[in-house]
Write a protein that binds this ligand. Structure first.
Ligand code: KIV
Length: 265
């Protein structure tokens, strides 16, 4: 049973200590990541792309998320296991409760993550009322890639940035315990992090967030195609998978990753 909880992350934020998160999809990598002192294991629906070789996260099913969550949860001794609710598994609040129950009861997740702002407030509230810890996700929402017209930075326009700040506050108010900000200008990410009492984890959101997350295969340099510019190939420098994960965790905690070139203005 993992010893990192929502309260641990909250305390780290209050003390101004950075924490690390990485995606994991199986037991062997989950064990390595856990042993390296990474605080959060995210069973991301990015598995649709990096494990299944699909074009997006959209085809990923609840059954697949339950399966991969159970592999990761079995290996996690310390880290908090957070699992993604996949596309259209939380379109209604009832669906969200059913899907979250499966991720937690069958998959062993300790928190579920869902994408979206104002539209999700009732769902977040009902999940929280039912004892489900929730990680919200704003900025680039990969499940909405076809609506967004591609994987693009979000929040450069003043109106979008303002809405994102309002959504972040409202999600916290509704009961979210954690927030992921993906591909957001660093100043906006810093503003949101400072405005919230819940911890904020960034990916392509600069260095001011409380924690950082990367897709495991990106930071090992094994993702097919081009590595996102906000990521970094830690394996190339470290020479071993264990060394790469340890270097990532210590650089995040020391505040040296992400560097200026990994963020956006
Ligand atoms: O699915 C995933 O890996 C994610 C991260 C990119 C935050 O949601």
């Amino acid at each position: 049973m993992s010893s990192i909880t929502v309260s641990t992350l909250q305390q780290l934020k209050q003390r101004g200590e950075k924490f690390a998160a990485l995606t994991a999809y199986d037991a062997s990598f989950a064990q390595l990541i856990d042993e390296a002192g990474v605080e959060v294991l995210l069973v991301g629906d990015s598995l649709g792309m990096v494990v299944q070789g699909r074009e997006s996260t959209i085809p990923v099913t609840v059954d697949e998320m339950v399966y991969h969550s159970s592999l990761v949860a079995r290996a996690a001794k310390r880290a908090l296991v957070v699992s993604d609710l996949p596309f259209m598994s939380y379109a209604t609040t009832e669906q969200a409760l059913t899907s979250a129950a499966r991720l937690m009861k069958e998959g062993g997740a300790r928190m579920v993550k869902l994408e979206g702002g104002a539209l999700r407030l009732d769902t977040v509230r009902r999940l929280a009322e039912n004892g489900v810890p929730v990680c919200a996700h704003l900025g680039l929402l990969p499940q909405s890639v076809h609506k967004l017209g591609g994987y693009k930075i979000q929040g450069r326009e003043a109106a979008v940035a303002e809405q994102m700040v309002a959504d972040a506050r409202a999600l916290q108010q509704a009961g979210a315990d954690l927030l992921v900000l993906e591909c957001v200008p660093r100043t906006l990410a810093g503003e949101i992090t400072a405005a919230l009492t819940i911890p904020v984890i960034g990916i392509g959101a600069g260095a001011a967030t409380d924690g950082q997350v990367l897709v495991l295969y990106d930071m090992l340099g094994i993702t097919p195609g081009k590595r996102p510019s906000f990521s970094h190939d830690f394996l190339a420098e470290a020479g071993s998978v264990r060394g790469a994960i340890t270097a990532y965790a210590s650089q995040v905690k020391a505040g040296t990753f992400p560097a200026a070139q990994h963020g956006f203005d």
